[in-house]
Design a protein. Sequence first.
Length: 134
Amino acid sequence: YANMAAGFADSLAKPECELILKDTNSTMLSQMLREGNTSIILFCDVPAGLNETIQVKFLNRNAWFSVGPAILALINKVPLLPIINYSNDYSSLLKIDDQIEPDLLPRETLRDGAQRITQKLVTFFESVFLRTLN
């Protein structure tokens, strides 16, 4: 929790603030999100096979990323705020991108919308990744 505490404050980075996937009822999670008083942090760098993925472009190659954040946003009509929290030799840093609205385009399926939103997330991650390497 040290990295989260450095980026988000000690009061938010505690085990009691954590929802474990296998212990979380999706109906309860949807209700919490729709009430508007809850924010959740979803990690996109999850181990392979943990959840459903979708193909997007990353570093000019096909890559598979978690589709969960986009699906949650679209189904529950809650926006995504892309944030990267990382450390360098001197401090913990946050990079924040524009909020992604959970709207389907005309004639867009849920799957297509989830892929488009996931691609937006990955494009942000890619740009931060490339800047920090230079």
